[in-house]
Design a protein around this ligand. Sequence first.
Ligand SMILES: *[C@@H]1O[C@H](CO)[C@@H](O)[C@H](O)[C@H]1NC(C)=O
Ligand SMILES: *[C@@H]1O[C@H](CO)[C@@H](O)[C@H](O)[C@H]1NC(C)=O
Ligand SMILES: *[C@@H]1O[C@H](CO)[C@@H](O)[C@H](O)[C@H]1NC(C)=O
Ligand SMILES: *[C@@H]1O[C@H](CO)[C@@H](O)[C@H](O)[C@H]1NC(C)=O
Ligand SMILES: *[C@@H]1O[C@H](CO)[C@@H](O)[C@H](O)[C@H]1NC(C)=O
Length: 348
Amino acid sequence: MYLITFATAFISLFGYTGSSCTFPTELTGDWISSHKGEITFSNESTHVYNYPMYMSATVNALNFSCDQQSGRKYLLKSVGAVEAFSSYIDAYVCIELYRVSAYKFYYYIGTAESSTNSDYVYGRVNGTVVDITEACNRAEPYEDSTFVTLVKSGAVDSGKADATCPDDLLASYTNITYTDHAGASACSGNSENGCSNKVLMTYTYESCTSGSVFSANGSFHCIHSLTSGSTTYLSVWNDDVTVDDSSTYRFTCLAFKKEGTTIYATEYPRFCKDTTQSSTTVASPGIVVVFESRSTTCVLTETAISSGWWIALIVILVLVVVGGVLVGVILMKKHKNKINMLELVRIS
Ligand SMILES: *[C@@H]1O[C@H](CO)[C@@H](O)[C@H](O)[C@H]1NC(C)=O
Ligand SMILES: *[C@@H]1O[C@H](CO)[C@@H](O)[C@H](O)[C@H]1NC(C)=O
Ligand SMILES: *[C@@H]1O[C@H](CO)[C@@H](O)[C@H](O)[C@H]1NC(C)=O
Ligand SMILES: *[C@@H]1O[C@H](CO)[C@@H](O)[C@H](O)[C@H]1NC(C)=O
Ligand SMILES: *[C@@H]1O[C@H](CO)[C@@H](O)[C@H](O)[C@H]1NC(C)=O
């Protein structure tokens, strides 16, 4: 009881920043979100600055404070009322946060998409009390595929945010076909090398007149992946110096499945869509990618000698050692007998 009163007094004394929760301290600094591009977490881990969001002709980014936390869920609340949709509102964004390393996190957006600005935001007339369960209004469980990757600024360049590409992509292909989401504008004969560097996918594009491949130079870093059912979802970073965010993007997400030596994939800007994206179907402006003519694979085969063989090998070794000892003992006995006999002969 006293403890609670003390804690309350402590919070009201020191909670003057208007923030009642804090993000993990590792998040301090500049990060690149696969959804939002560059965002900044404040030094005190209480705020997110310059989170791009279109609210009106004059407001296209918001500052948020960490307002409430429940387990992995954090509720971000706009700092100050936002003049939008012809009234003053408090804007909220709910995220469910996961750590991969000090340089890489991912999160699920826990707020449903608002039809007003086609972004994930929950708005209420300013001053209204909003509970985290009210603003985290996206249906759960969230589709696994819809994770948003967050990498520390500079970490991809320094190699600290890379992940080894998924096994099925550790190969090279000489006939990759791109089509748009509807299967039109096919462009075949592109190739990809996934073996020179296992954290990179390096594409060589044919000069096709139509269609998009989301990158000018075709160099992608594998950043994070997860497998759900039989489909793998992979977040990749495009190494292009600049991207225009309409035909090329910093982040894209691949949903893929391997059948025989063919990989069926779809690719979507920023982060993977909900159930509308599978290894063969995707909404606009997504693209369909089929990897054929596999030339080499470079999967590490650490399990080449199965555990059964290891056991057999150990048994054989043990038998050899035991056999050796036995033979040695027998030989020594024989030798001793010989000596004894010699002694007997000498005595007689
Ligand atoms: C945050 O900390 C960094 C490094 O200590 C400093 O350069 C920067 O000015 C600080 N930013 C703010 C807003 O206090
Ligand atoms: C967000 O905060 C920064 C630093 O405090 C400030 O310069 C900027 O104007 C703020 N942006 C908005 C939209 O309030
Ligand atoms: C809502 O925001 C406006 C503009 O900042 C302000 O004048 C008003 O007092 C706010 N109302 C509440 C209830 O916070
Ligand atoms: C490449 O793949 C496309 C689509 O499957 C096919 O039509 C074409 O013949 C293939 N080209 C080569 C050289 O294998
Ligand atoms: C593609 O790579 C070349 C050579 O490294 C570089 O000069 C160019 O800026 C790159 N283009 C983009 C869009 O990143």
